[in-house]
Each structure stands twice: as structure tokens, then as C-alpha cells.
Design a protein around this ligand. Sequence first.
Ligand SMILES: [Zn+2]
Length: 487
Amino acid sequence: MSRLRFAFLYFFLCACAFAQTPGQETAKYFDSIRTSPPLLEAFLREMPKGGDLHNHLSGAVYAESYIQYAIHDNLCVTQALAFTSAPCAETSVPAASALTNAVLYRELLDALSMRDFHAFSQAGLSESGEDHFFATFGRFGMVSRVHTGEMLAEVASRAGRQNESYLELTLGLDRLSAAIGTKVGWDEDFDRMRQKLTAAGIDAAIPQTRKALDDAETEKNRLLHCDGSARADPGCKVTIRYIHEVYRGTPKEQVFAEIMTGFALAKADHRYVAINPVMPEDGLTSMSDYDLHMRMFDYFHKLYPDVHLTEHAGELAPGLVPPEGLRLHIREAVEVGHAQRIGHGVDVMEEDRPIELLREMAEKHVAVEICLTSNDLILGVSGDRHPFPVYRKFGVPVVIATDDEGVSRSDMTHEYLRAVQGYALTYSDLKKLVRDSIDYSFAEPQVKEQLGRDLNSRFAQFESIYGTELRNPGANTKGTKDTKENR
Ligand SMILES: [Zn+2]
């Protein structure tokens, strides 16, 4: 080999060794902006974010929309800033008056969300973050029950515009099971209880709930122009699956009936992928019936072993309940309730033998849905006190989720922003979190595969833009625009 050819080959090999992939270049750019929240936010907004696996539909809608629904429905607003039916009583006013009364409009936004919330405590009167957070659901309940299609449209559109490709929405469209449970009454014998509910006609809840979902999806598709045309909203490209919610704060015969319908629904309709107990975990009934609820899940899991379960567990903090109440919820959800994912898991280090539990969760691949803003607002747990880094240290899969982005006045971008700022995540950490949000979803296998391929191409496009940003600042403006249009 001539000296010249050798030199050329040497140069070529060195260049290859030092050439960086678009992913590595993007990681370098990410490191260069991590101390600039505005640049970081822009980066994270464009970044593919995979799925949001813990998202309550009614909590995801912003208060501004709820006010519009109430006006459309000719509802009234009570002195406690809750929506109520017409005619307005002496102490209530038409919701429409909020349009001409700026003070009422502002007060309604604050009452229906965590906007401007400040905890207070004075003689005979107090409100914590948790009190205010959960009280919002009661205030907008009259409209959130009847505008499902519009709510789906809002949430899907917001997800699509942030480069999310998948949503698992927790919602309650079953209007029959709880009433049949109440009619039948409680029976300690689960087999007998199930037979009584069947005899009372609980099976009718399945077609009724599916019809409600059909109608809501049709309305969502209409509102977002999901007809394959150029005017289709980015939300049309978001794959949506649903989680049937069970109200754990209600009497046990209702909970049993709702769980029973949830399992049957997931079996009958591919869009329903799992069941999840909701409502404040520290509530009186949630706490006293926790073990019973887990046994109900165990019972139905044996009848329907293929139905997935994600369970709110450990959405607690010291002081909220007695220390004994913090010791076993997550473990019981995993070991008795067959939870494949845990919602929140904030109090994990208060559990009995926490290290053993973390290892068990890692071994069983039980993922934890991390909702940083929600945990801060409801539980006051954030920063170093949050177990997010502990789960990661022990190899427990974690995903970033919003919980209730409307009530929290947040979105997925800001959840990732919190994660990056609070826990010094690298770009490679972010990609792993995003990848896990698809891998630990409950989508059908072929859908999950498709979402995985789609995620690869979204990252390739994203990195082709941000990978040149350090060498050629600003050149990505057109690319960013293209990214949006191509979604
Ligand atoms: Zn939740």
C-alpha cells in the first residue's frame, strides 16, 4: 500500500471513529441547553413522547372548556362554584354570566383547577392541596359526564401537538353497574355475589358502555376532522385505548359490580385494555376496604387472567394516614391485586421491607406511572423526597404521566421538563422513558409493535433536526415546522 493511500485510509478511519450519529449530536445539544428552561421546553415539546399511560379524561380537560360546556347546557353556578342544573336557585347564577363577569370567570377557573391555589388553614376552615384538587371533580362533574366526545377531542389534540402517539385514558362511562350493585346488596361470598349481579341484569352494562364510547369516538373524530384530509387535527394520529375506572370510595357492592363489568368489558372490547381503582386512596372507605378490593381483583383475575390491571397504590405520604396505612398498599396491589403497573407509588419507602419490594417489582417488570406535578400538588412530595430516582436505581420500570393535566394546569411537556430539571436526566434517559411508555402500555401486541416502529421514525426525524442544531444554530426552524405538519 502506498504511503498516500495509507494516509487516506488512516484519515478515513479516524473520521468514522469521530463521526457522531444524529442521536449523539442531539444528546450534545440537549446537554448544552439543560440550564435554559425556555430552550429545554421547546426541545421537549417537539420530542417524541410515546404514550401517556396515566391520564384521567375528566381531569385532563381544562377549566375553560368546562365553563363553555356549562354555558352550552344552560347550567347554573352555585356559591361554592360548582355547576348545577337550571333553573338557578336564589343563591346561584347562570353559568353564562361568567362571560360578562370577569371576577366570576376567574374564580371559576381557580375553583375548577389548581390555578392560583394556596393552601390555607384558619379557625374552623382549611383547605389542603389534596382537598382542592379532588373537590374540582365534584364541581365540574355535571358537565364532565356528558361531553365525552369533546373531552376526547381536546385531550387527543393536545397530545398530538406535543408529539405523543398513544394515550391510555382512564374514564367512567358505565352508568349501570353501581346501581345494580346497590340494588343487589353485599354478599361476602364472591361467587354468589356475581350470580346475583348477573341475575339482576348487570350484563346490560357492557353494550351500554360500548355504545357510549362509540358515540364519543365518533364525536371526537368529527370535531378533529379525522377524515384523512389535510385539515385533520394532529390528534387524529394519536392511538387511544381506555381504562375502566372503579370508584374505590363507594360501598363494596358497588365496587364489586364495577370491577365485574370492567373485566367483562375488557374481554368484550379491544379498546378497553385495563381496570383501575380511582378516588383518593386516603379516603375512609378506600383505606378500610383496601384489602377487600385487592381480593376482588384477585377473584376476577382468576376468571379473566388476560385482562390487564393498573392500580393507584401508594398515592400517600406520611401524615396523610397513620403509619400503618403506609405499610402495604403497593405490595398488596402487586402480590394480591395482580397489578402490572402501579399508579404513583409515592410512599414505597414507607412500606414494610421496601428494598425487597423494589427488587420484586423490578423482577416482575411492574412499571410505575410517575406523575410529578400531581404528587407535588396533592401530596406535597417533590424533588429529593420523590422516589422516582429510587425506582430507577433498583431497575423498576418507570414512565412519565400527567395524571390530571387539566386540573394541574400541566401537560406532558411540562412533566418531562420537571423530570429533567429535578433529576438530571440525560437524553438517553429520556429516550428510555419514552420507549418504556410504549413497551409497558397495554395496547394489543400488534398495535404496540406498530407504535414502536412509529416511535423510531419520529425519533429519526426529530434527531435529524436537533442533531444539526449545535453546528448550525437556527437551521432547524423549517425542520421543526415540517415535523408538525408531517405528524
Ligand atoms: Zn390518577
